[in-house]
Design a protein. Structure first.
Length: 473
């Protein structure tokens, strides 16, 4: 909010045609505004009237607002490959400006320009605001470290590598109405593919307490990526709601987090064509991911769509409430038996409540494939409908562990009776000789014949425990 004097950059010699460098003129206006600003009360503003200004390496002093007439009217042209364009100190605002990169490629691997907007080395831009800004061609658009109480709103355009990067942001971060959407008609196919395989919309490193609302991401590798870890730590208390992640590679990618990731009211679609991995919309925790028993990622009212690989690959505890899962049979996701997968997990607890699964058009598929050695209920299913259309399909495949089911329906083409739903890896040719099992675990004979055991039941828990025949046919 402008509460102090307004300083016009034209009065300091800035060139609105973009023919000459206006960096010195704009900086002079910013410096003067800083000299007459009282940090929290009297916010002087520097005004960029309609035009295009060639500028870079601008430092916004404490409490100053830099604003233009809007993203289609006031433009800063960036050609500097060494310095960031804007550096924000505490209590500062950037508003109503379009950042263009005329020398950036539109056809091939992009030039790695420095971030467009960063926090100053003087103060970390706490209580700052970035509002109503747009970019085309930025390699790294907004990159902030160390700020608190920061607001980013009404941001759109096409950053090529990073949209927003946050690190060591420790309190009350608000991000709203962000649109990263790629016009494939204006970019060459080589660049489009590069963006699809490399670009990240919002990157969370060490971030405590952030809320993201009304976020659209189209055509990037990750819409959101949680990349925290040593030495700064990782994210916690992150709420993302009202979002559309469309035609991304792996829209949600969680490499590390502390606790408290919440996603609600969203649409997630993956076109990941990488046949060396088995996941599409979500990769929640990499192999060897470390998490606590009470540490969950939570999804409410989210639809997941995958066209090539498994809808989700999960390696940390996850809860789904009122969620839909679809795999549309273009790609290659499969379990050890060759079954296509809607949701794939290993060694963790999955909670499903009021969910719907559909692995479409496969001759052999699994809605949920669970492997690993987790020692509790690995799949908890409540009020959930799992549908697989076609003969010979399996609804849930368990490599090891237990299944808790309440008020759920499993519809197979070959059978509609819950009690007889087939769990593929519970069929073996002999009693288990490896693995840790609990009393009551049952395996059925995969090749039943007259005079042969129907199956085996574990009567003493252990590794592999004691197994007794359930009787011969």
């Amino acid at each position: 909010m402008i509460t102090g004097a307004v300083v016009n950059v034209l009065d300091y010699g800035a060139d609105p045609t973009g023919a000459t460098d206006s960096s010195s003129a704009i900086q002079a206006a910013l410096t003067y505004a800083g000299s007459i600003t009282s940090t929290k009360v009297n916010h002087a503003a520097v005004y960029l009237p309609s035009g295009a200004y060639l500028a870079s390496n601008l430092e916004i002093p404490l409490g100053v607002i830099l604003y233009g007439d809007g993203v289609n009217i006031s433009q800063i042209i960036v050609t500097d490959t060494v310095n960031s364009c804007i550096k924000m100190q505490n209590y500062t605002t950037v508003q109503g400006i379009y950042f263009s990169y005329p020398n950036q490629t539109t056809t091939s691997t992009p030039t790695a320009y420095p971030p467009t907007i960063i926090n100053s080395s003087v103060t970390p831009a706490s209580y700052g605001t970035i509002s109503n800004v747009r970019t085309e061609g930025a390699y790294d658009f907004i990159s902030l470290t160390g700020a608190t109480h920061f607001t980013i709103q009404n941001v759109d355009g096409m950053p090529y590598r990073y949209g927003i990067v946050l690190d060591t942001m420790l309190d009350s971060i608000t991000i709203e109405n962000v649109h990263f959407n790629y016009s494939y008609t204006s970019l060459g196919s080589t660049l489009v593919n590069w963006i699809y395989n490399n670009a990240i919309g919002i990157t969370f490193k060490r971030v405590d307490s952030a809320k993201v609302t009304d976020y659209l991401c189209f055509g990037m590798q990750n819409a959101v990526s949680f990349q925290g870890g040593a030495p700064s730590g990782s994210a916690n208390g992150i709420f993302i709601e009202n979002f559309v992640f469309d035609l991304c590679g792996v829209p949600i990618n969680v490499v590390n987090f502390q606790d408290g990731l919440f996603f609600s009211n969203g649409w997630v679609t993956s076109f990941n064509t990488n046949t060396t991995v088995n996941y599409g919309p979500c990769q929640l925790g990499p192999t060897g991911f470390s998490y606590s028993a009470n540490q969950f990622i939570n999804f409410v009212n989210v639809k997941f769509n995958s066209f090539y690989n498994a809808a989700l690959n999960i390696a940390c505890n996850t809860s789904f409430v009122n969620c839909d899962f679809y795999n549309y049979n273009i790609g290659n996701a499969s379990d050890a038996t060759g079954a296509a997968i809607v949701l794939q997990a290993s060694g963790i607890t999955i909670q499903l409540s009021n969910c719907y699964f559909n692995g479409q058009n496969y001759s052999h598929s699994s809605a949920v494939y669970e492997g690993g050695t987790y020692s509790g209920y690995k799949v908890q299913v409540n009020n959930t409908n799992i549908v697989n259309s076609g003969a010979g399909k399996y609804d849930i495949t368990l490599a090891k562990g237990r299944l808790s089911i309440a008020s759920s329906e499993f519809n197979s083409f070959w059978q509609n009776v819950l009690l007889y739903t087939r769990f593929n890896n519970m069929y073996v040719s002999a009693a288990p000789t490896v693995g840790t099992w609990q009393v009551g675990d049952i395996f059925y004979n995969v090749t039943p014949a007259t005079g042969q055991p129907k199956g085996w039941v574990c009567t003493v828990a252990g590794t592999p425990g004691t197994w007794v025949s359930t009787g011969n046919l």
